[in-house]
Design a protein around this ligand. Structure first.
Ligand SMILES: O=C(O)C(=O)C[C@]1(C(=O)O)C=C[C@@H](O)C=C1
Length: 299
């Protein structure tokens, strides 16, 4: 059974959480085939919501956003953005090892750091290090780790928690390498497109869904049982509030398999029969092996 269509148009214009030097930009490069990289126009955008908006408005063919981090969990603005209208679908994913460096303007010492900036996830993953080594520094949240680096370059803060690549992109230097509190962290990124682009099943796929259910005893368990009955492995589940309906939640979940395979397709049909509002957020090849950060994230 299939209600999906293929769209073989090449992905030319690709948005990503910018500026150049973010982990998301590096993940986007890792998702592309060499032939695609050769012709792709990589467009840095300010904030993950702006990336999703650009995809919806057709300003880019697809956009790369962070989904979840192994230490800090989901990226809430991305989960919330995925359930807005018109619907979007994930067409590729990448898992990237994230390593953080403290980057500064040439000549800055640890003693000279009064303010340090990064993405909230970057700060969360280096909080112990910052507390120990920069106890007096003010922490400022930026829209991305590389935007933190841009603020250093503009003289707005003294240091940023960023990728080593961001130091190169912004003409800064690395004061301290590997400052993560939990070495070995990985982040999962998604390439998101408008509906109509569904990758063919590969036999090693993942499907992402968002479910809105009526709040009555057992309703969530009833829905989850539809996966268990069909022996479908659920790999992630979390909830986010439905913003304009207090007390109501979207349940975001990932499961193994492709919507065009009988088990997943039938599970989705059963969820709908049971009255759930189901957003199919895409079936795409699974990326199980973390990749090292690569490339510059832009041309
Ligand atoms: O700011 C960046 O460089 C990003 O790509 C975002 C992001 C995130 O949202 O988690 C990605 C990886 C790291 O965990 C820190 C930040």
């Amino acid at each position: 059974m299939s209600s999906t269509t293929r769209d073989e148009r090449p992905l030319r214009r690709l948005g990503f959480l910018g500026p150049p030097g973010t982990f998301t930009g590096q993940a986007l490069v890792a998702m592309l085939e060499p032939a695609e990289s050769a012709v792709a126009d990589l467009v840095p955008l300010h904030g993950s919501p702006a990336v999703l908006a650009a995809v919806r408005e057709g300003l880019v063919d697809a956009g790369c956003v962070p989904l979840e981090n192994s230490v800090e969990g989901a990226v809430p603005p991305v989960l919330d953005g995925l359930t807005e209208d018109p619907p979007l679908a994930i067409i590729r994913e990448a898992v990237l090892a994230v390593r953080f460096a403290l980057i500064v303007r040439p000549g800055t010492t640890t003693e000279g750091i009064r303010a340090v900036a990064s993405h909230s996830h970057g700060i969360a993953q280096t909080r112990d290090w910052i507390t120990t080594h920069l106890p007096a520094a003010e922490v400022r949240i930026a829209s991305s780790t590389s935007e933190g680096a841009a603020q250093v370059a503009r003289g707005e803060v003294d240091a940023a928690v960023s990728s080593p690549l961001a130091a190169r992109e912004h003409g800064l230097e690395i004061l301290v390498h590997d400052i993560a509190d939990h070495p070995g962290a990985v982040t999962r990124f998604a390439l998101v497109a408008r509906l109509g682009v569904t990758p063919a099943p590969t036999g090693r796929d993942r499907t992402t869904l968002a479910l809105a259910v009526e709040n009555r005893p057992g309703s969530l368990v009833t829905l989850l049982r539809e996966f268990a009955l069909r022996d479908i492995d659920l790999t992630r589940i979390e909830s986010r509030p439905v913003r304009n309906r207090p007390g109501n939640y979207w349940f975001h979940l990932d499961c193994a398999g492709h919507v065009e395979e009988p088990a997943v397709g039938e599970a989705l049909a059963a969820l709908r029969r049971r009255g759930a509002h189901v957003r199919n957020l895409g079936s795409y090849p699974r990326a199980d092996t973390p990749q090292p950060p690569v490339g510059t994230g832009h041309r």
